[in-house]
Design a protein around this ligand. Sequence first.
Ligand SMILES: Nc1ncnc2c1ncn2[C@@H]1O[C@H](COP(=O)(O)OP(=O)(O)OP(=O)(O)O)[C@@H](O)[C@H]1O
Length: 299
Amino acid sequence: MALYVENATKKFGDFTAVDDISLKVERGQMHGFLGANGAGKTTTFRMILGLLEPTHGMVSWNGKPITYGTSPEIGYLPEERGLYPKMKVEDQLIYLAQLRRMPRQEAKREVANWLGRFEVPHYASKKVEELSKGNQQKIQLIASLLHRPSLLILDEPFSGLDPVNVEMLKSAILDFQKEGATIVFSSHRMDHVEELCDDISILDKGKMILSGSIREVKRSFGKQNVRVKTDGDLSALAEVAGVEKYKKTHDGALFQIMDEATAQTILVESMKRGPLRHFAIEEPTLEEIFIARVGKAYA
Ligand SMILES: Nc1ncnc2c1ncn2[C@@H]1O[C@H](COP(=O)(O)OP(=O)(O)OP(=O)(O)O)[C@@H](O)[C@H]1O
């Protein structure tokens, strides 16, 4: 019981947008799908959803290709707005749930629950175009999961949301996973991915360059960070052997190092330059790994 993408390639004319990628997402997992702009994430999602035919390869969900018949099992939050601007929120959500075979009365009840949970019950009778971008995103998420799909594909679910709303949507997505859903989502916010996902994969110019659990990905990066908080000037420590990168921070410095012996040197040398308020060896962040692997063009 899993989502399988097997050697999927998508060409548009001579241009290869997705190049022979394979991916397995086990049932109940949350998978982060990462890549710079134009890497091929949305194209892959469209192939998973059956909206685009792969040029080569195949996609299956629970051993079957995804077709019109399996679509009620799937929920999709597209990157671009996919709602009817002139239709009222409640009418639209009920309509979309009915298309996925949810009975009308149940859909109506669920819409009320979700609008309540997202603190927008008063939007039920407003037209979508009257809502702010962030509130439209809440409605879009409700539209994707209202019919209780077992596979949920979310393309940039947190874009345009303020931090309070990000937390609200994150907790809804996590609850949905706890109920057993398999979730794949793309995001440019590595901190969100780190917080929510079990496994990740990174696409670069259509190719899969990294895939695995976040723990494995971090371990295989082979570098760690040392964070020091002090008023002392640590800039000379940038030259210590084993220091890959040095960055001054507002309260001290951050070093990227290759091995723990270097951390000991940094500790000793930092203490010579003033009292320390904090010293810690930290694992690399996903953002650092992404930038190292995909390139500095990404911001
Ligand atoms: N219908 C199409 N015809 C031609 N080229 C396309 C088409 N759809 C996508 N592409 C190209 O395929 C590449 C991958 O696009 P895609 O939208 O999948 O990237 P993405 O990773 O989702 O990017 P972003 O993070 O910016 O949303 C891009 O170079 C894009 O211009």
